[in-house]
Design a protein. Structure first.
Length: 438
């Protein structure tokens, strides 16, 4: 693939209706993309069924939710939770009597981590334990789910699992320098990827972000066969990220956040969808725009490409509602600063030769550089400082709007998807919002 496949047309689906089943393959936490899809399923009158990652006791033991936790999770979802722990990844798994990879990483030093080595035979043994545990949990959960899907119901599986950072103190310190550091605090993302620590993280990203989608598709094969044999439909969606087209100057151009280390796993996620599609399974990865979420806040500068959405509101005919969003964003700025000036600054930023050099779709995800960090993190810090409050940012408001738009775009497109991998760019986001609020 040498170019993104954008979703340009807004679907008006007629497949999903009251009585159909919406399965959230993941747990609903805080602010994030999954909320938009859940809202659409709820509005369509579907029966909501969720999963849980479970919880870990102080000794690291993975367990089911207790009664209080289960009640809270079901209230948050607005549906039934299948109480089988489906914690993805293998960072806290190990053959009996042997150390977890997290405990081994915790022995690495901040000054020695680039030279510190891992026993890859043991890492693979831990991975096998984690994968076996997860697949067994999927089988148990699908057996319960099968009995909850009535005859005549269509089924929508929404995969929401992502991440996979090995939770070790040394990595948190490194991540702060790679994703937030500039000047003397800059650290190369390539240095991380070439280290054993980086290679381990890439493996865990694959297991959490990508391979779980494959386990879902495989683990629900019997359900899919039963539902489809009766004449109903089964759909699968997943959340991807692979850059976004935004307005730069007067045209939409693909651009991306750098360095997005999880990008390798997101590309693997896309390949799983394509493989399923070739077998007749309607599985679609929707590559969504950059927004601020609880998990994305570590990536300083990821939010910069969100602000030009305001220009897309004008381009795509959002009218009075769009003007109201401009006014609401303007009101968040300190006196003496304006949206027009910020957007002009970002247009200059996006046309800077350093930033243009990272708009290389074929080379994605690229490694960071000191020059990139200086421009991106410096610009992000400067724009944040223009706000009245650091807890009330333009990008918070716009993130909520993007979530609102991606919900119906994904939900409706999934009824008759155009392909296994689709990009939701600023043009279709703005047009969906115009449709919702026009």
């Amino acid at each position: 693939m040498n170019a993104p496949t954008p979703l340009r047309d807004i679907s008006t689906q007629t497949l999903f209706r009251p009585g159909d089943i919406f399965v959230l393959f993941g747990e609903l936490f805080g602010r994030g993309y999954a909320n938009g899809l859940v809202n659409e399923a709820r509005a369509a009158g579907m029966t909501l069924i969720g999963m849980t990652v479970g919880r870990r006791d102080a000794d690291g033991t993975l367990r089911r939710l207790n009664d209080e936790e289960l009640a809270a999770a079901e209230a948050n979802l607005g549906g039934k939770i299948i109480n089988v722990p489906m914690m993805a990844g293998f960072d806290l798994d190990a053959p009996a009597g042997t150390p977890t990879v997290t405990s081994l990483v915790n022995e690495m030093g901040l000054k020695t981590w680039q030279e510190d080595k891992l026993d890859w035979t043991h890492v693979e043994a831990c991975r096998e334990v984690g994968v076996a545990r997860f697949k067994a949990a999927v089988a148990e959960a699908m057996a319960q789910l099968d009995g909850m899907i009535p005859a005549g119901a269509n089924v929508f599986f929404a995969h929401t699992m992502a991440g996979g950072l090995v939770k070790a103190k040394v990595f948190l310190a490194i991540a702060n320098r790679i994703y937030k550091g500039r000047g003397e605090r800059f650290m190369s993302s390539q240095a991380l990827i070439e280290s054993d620590l980086g290679k381990l993280n890439l493996m865990n990203f694959d297991e959490v972000t990508a391979n779980t989608f494959g386990h879902l598709i495989e683990g629900s094969a019997a359900i899919r066969a039963r539902v489809e044999a009766a004449g109903q439909q089964v759909r699968y969606t997943a959340y991807g990220y692979h850059g976004t087209e935004i307005l730069i100057g007067d045209e939409y151009h693909w651009q991306t956040y750098t360095n997005y280390t999880q990008g390798y796993a997101k590309k693997r996620l896309e390949s799983i969808a394509r493989a399923a599609w070739e077998k007749g399974v309607k599985a679609t990865v929707f590559n969504c725009p950059e927004i601020r979420t609880n998990s994305s806040d570590i990536f300083v500068g990821v939010e910069l490409s969100l602000v030009p959405l305001l220009n897309a509101f004008k381009r795509e005919g959002c009218g009075a509602w769009g003007e109201a969003q401009w006014a609401a964003c303007e009101a968040l700025l300190q006196e003496g600063h304006s949206l027009a000036a910020i957007l002009a600054q970002l247009d200059t930023y996006n046309q800077d030769p350093v930033m243009v050099s990272f708009r290389n779709f074929d080379a994605w995800p690229m490694d960071n550089t000191p020059e990139l960090a200086e421009r991106m993190i410096g610009t992000a810090d400067a724009i944040t400082a223009m706000h009245k409050e650091r807890t009330a940012l333009i990008t918070d408001l716009l993130s909520a709007l993007v979530i609102e738009a991606t919900g119906p775009l994904m939900f409706n497109e999934a009824a008759a998807p155009a392909g296994p991998v689709l990009w939701l760019n600023h043009d279709v986001i703005a047009r969906q919002l115009a449709k919702l609020h026009g």
